[in-house]
Design a protein around this ligand. Structure first.
Ligand code: ADP
Ligand code: MG
Length: 451
């Protein structure tokens, strides 16, 4: 069997869904399990609705919800489902009614807790998977809609829930394997799951890729395909560097590094399940299946020399923590800083530590007010929000001693706040003000790749 995962842009409208039907149909011989994301932008909209209702603007939230539901209805209509269209509309109406009730509850309570936010966020995949399964059936593919709530059993860490692997193995054997063995095509929602007692959870923004590789790992897939809107993993984000090229082969280690550093074509968590089982992952463009693709495996490019790709992570927070002037740093200063950050759930991207000062970069929004207050109470803080982390990466970086000097030489004149190399042998990163991020990516791309 293989896994085929389709991202939000690959199911954004009826035309996109029909392309997916074609791709799945052509893979029939290989027994595909289909994993699907919410239609483009639906998850962000749903989460936004919760926030809007929580601050008392229920009418605004309801108007936005209606627009989102109309998008789904439009797709159902454009798919030309024939006799099934009525049943699909009824189902969409039922989802809508449930969402209206949920928003009403949030409005009454004036709060949208992480648990409620996850509940809201699960509707995107529940609706898109329904539309896709119906489209497959309408085109003579014997598709079976699965229920991630019954299969992807997770802990209750809302917003970044982790699956219970042994339980997932059992549920996959019970609910997925028989469908495949019956020659049918299972369709599963990405990104979402539920606790053992059925409370809806999500596994992190963009985590459908993770669902795909997990399912591939537990089912022993022959290949995992990630279908998206670009022809594989590129030498840079093509929205920033239009001339970026496809990398035909990338090792798991390189892919994981790039994903962590901002190449969001694959979710960083998604690499490990495939790598552990040695299952290759192929990244392809659902709009242009023949435009080139990337194969991720344990080996990667035979001779990866120097910089292979440039990555951009936007909107990170730079923070420097130093002892109060005149008061020498106490022993364990660096450890204290890390401890405070860990207690407040900050997600560190990079850190430079010494007993006299700490400089770090954290993911936007994870460095909360309480962490900053605790640190600020005993140390001096220098903080800059909205920075960009710009990195060059490649499996051959360790053997290319001139990369740091060339990279920094190319970036002369850019206000670099921090430089990091060595915590990983595969990359070199700089932190720059947000406005300089894209320019730095283009400069590094032309210096090392397209120059
Ligand atoms: P999906 O909805 O299919 O999950 P994403 O938007 O999450 O798609 O990921 C695909 C996008 O990732 C591309 O459109 C591209 O803009 C961006 N991207 C960033 N860096 C890279 C890279 N190195 N290679 C390919 N795509 C990249
Ligand atoms: Mg994605």
């Amino acid at each position: 069997m293989i896994v085929q995962k389709f991202g939000g842009t690959s199911v954004e409208d009826a035309a996109a869904i029909l392309r997916v039907v074609g791709i799945v149909t052509r893979a029939r011989e290989r027994a595909p399990l289909v994993v699907v994301s919410a239609i483009a932008r639906a998850t962000a909209t749903l989460v936004g609705l919760g926030a809007t209702a929580a601050r008392g603007a229920l009418a605004d939230a309801e108007a936005e919800l209606s627009a989102l539901m109309d998008r789904h209805r439009r797709i159902a209509h454009d798919l030309e489902l024939g006799a099934r269209e009525g049943a699909v509309r009824t189902r969409i109406d039922a989802f809508e009614a449930e969402l209206f009730r949920l928003l009403g509850g949030i409005d009454v309570l004036r709060e949208c807790t992480p648990r409620t936010r996850d509940h809201l966020a699960t509707f995107g995949e529940r609706m898109s998977s329904h539309l896709l399964a119906e489209a497959l059936v309408a085109h003579d593919v014997d598709a079976v809609l699965l229920d991630a709530f019954a299969i992807m059993v997770t802990d209750a860490r809302f917003g970044r829930a982790r699956p219970d692997r042994p339980e997932l193995e059992r549920r996959a054997a019970r609910h997925v394997r028989p469908v495949l063995e019956g020659g049918r095509v299972p369709v599963l929602q990405g990104y979402i799951g539920a606790t053992p007692d059925g409370v809806p959870t999500t596994m992190g923004f963009e985590a459908s890729d993770f669902t795909a590789t997990l399912m591939g790992a537990v089912l022993g897939a022959e290949e995992i395909q990630i279908w998206t809107d670009v022809a594989g993993m590129l030498t840079a984000d093509n929205r920033v560097v239009p001339e970026a090229r496809t990398l035909p082969r990338v090792s798991f280690a390189e892919a994981e590094e790039l994903a962590h550093l901002g190449a969001r074509v694959i979710h960083p968590d998604a690499v490990r399940p495939a790598a552990e089982r040695g299952i290759s992952v192929r990244i392809l463009d659902s709009r242009a299946p023949d435009a080139g693709d990337t194969l991720l495996d344990a080996v990667g490019e035979a001779d990866p020399s120097g910089v292979r790709s440039v990555a951009l992570l936007r909107n990170v927070t730079y923070l420097r923590v130093a002892p109060v002037p005149g008061r020498p740093a106490t022993e364990g200063f660096a450890r204290w800083v890390l401890d405070v950050l860990a207690r407040h759930d900050a997600t560190l991207v990079l850190a430079l530590l010494s007993e006299r000062s700490v400089a770090l970069v954290a993911e936007a929004g994870t460095l909360g007010q309480r962490a900053l207050e605790e640190l600020g109470g005993a140390a001096r803080l220098e903080r800059q929000d909205g920075c960009a982390l710009v990195s060059v990466a490649g499996a051959g970086l360790a053997d290319a001693p001139d990369v740091p000097s060339r990279a920094l030489g190319a970036l002369v004149g850019t206000g670099i706040r921090m430089i990091a190399q060595g915590s990983s042998p595969l990359s070199l990163s700089v932190v720059v003000p947000g406005a300089d991020g894209e320019g730095a990516v283009r400069t590094l791309h032309s210096t090392f790749i397209a120059g």
